[in-house]
Design a protein around this ligand. Sequence first.
Ligand code: ATP
Ligand code: LTN
Length: 330
Amino acid sequence: MKIILSGVKPTGIPTLGNYLGALRNFGKFQEKMKDYEFFIFVADLHAITTPQDPLELKQNIRNVAALYLACGLKPENLTLFIQSEVHEHAEMAYIMQALVYMGELERMTQYKDKVLKQTQGVSSALFTYPALMAADILLYDAKFVPVGDDQRQHLELARDLAIRFNNRFGKTFTVPEGLIQEKGARIKDLQDPTKKMDKSTDNDRGCIFLLEPLSQIRKKIKAAVTDSDACVRFDPEQKPGIANLMTIYSVITEKSFGEIEAMYDGKGYGDFKSDLAEIVVKEIAMIQERYHYFVSSQELTTLLDEGRLRAHQLAQKKLKTVYQKMGLGR
Ligand code: ATP
Ligand code: LTN
């Protein structure tokens, strides 16, 4: 059995970045890779590495689960579950903490960036976050892990830990590989195209949330920061704002940058942004409609119940093997 696994943190409403870099691809990979089983989960244990309001967290967990289906995942070949409902994740994370070196965790750029933003009360779980992520992946022997570009370093660490464990204790884990799309893996903030679009942002104006009113989405796209050149050309160095908008356009419509440049040759940014706003709104309207159906459906509850059982079955077996190999217990 071959497994593809990924997760999204319920730290807020997922963004257009989460959609183009991750959520949208899950369903696409499912269509292409029919002989794989998909393990997709809501990473709620990861969410509490930064402060969360309990009521909002619970709501966000259900929202993310519903959005997976709304964004195109199909129930066939799917194990959909909530991380904290499979207690082996926390246990395996402890094993990974025993395996990972301080120096390796200290090099993680996501941790360094988050600490810069949150100077007070940084939790130690934020520091050990990549050990939990490695645990998520290695518990199921996932072969492929579809994620956005910001997770590259964490994935590399998960690979290193799999190899380290296998060398020390004998072949136990599959060494995972990332599935990172060339386009859309790093969507930028609409107000500051040097930063990634982030759902835990201070400035909502630069971020498109999948569940926000469509009229607001139109406004945000029209107000996106560009440059004074007024020429639709893909140049991420000189024109990061336009390059980001062109990337969004290109991923959704599957048109190449060359085609988009030709379409807007001689036209200003106004036409381009208006068209892009309609393209994004059409896509998100479809997601919202499906989301409203799934979020309160019994179908979702049943899928999560079945997913918990299936994930627990595999995770339990793997954890037992790991304990045995390490000499833990009797
Ligand atoms: P937070 O802001 O709370 O750190 P996040 O959105 O960065 O959250 P996740 O919710 O766990 O983190 O991300 C889910 C998936 O979306 C991951 O695969 C991640 O790589 C991808 N992703 C996140 N932001 C972007 C972005 N701006 N562009 C493309 N992919 C993204
Ligand atoms: N850290 C990831 C979310 C995540 C994940 C995983 C992704 C947690 N565990 C396992 C893939 C596989 C993020 O995107 N912030």
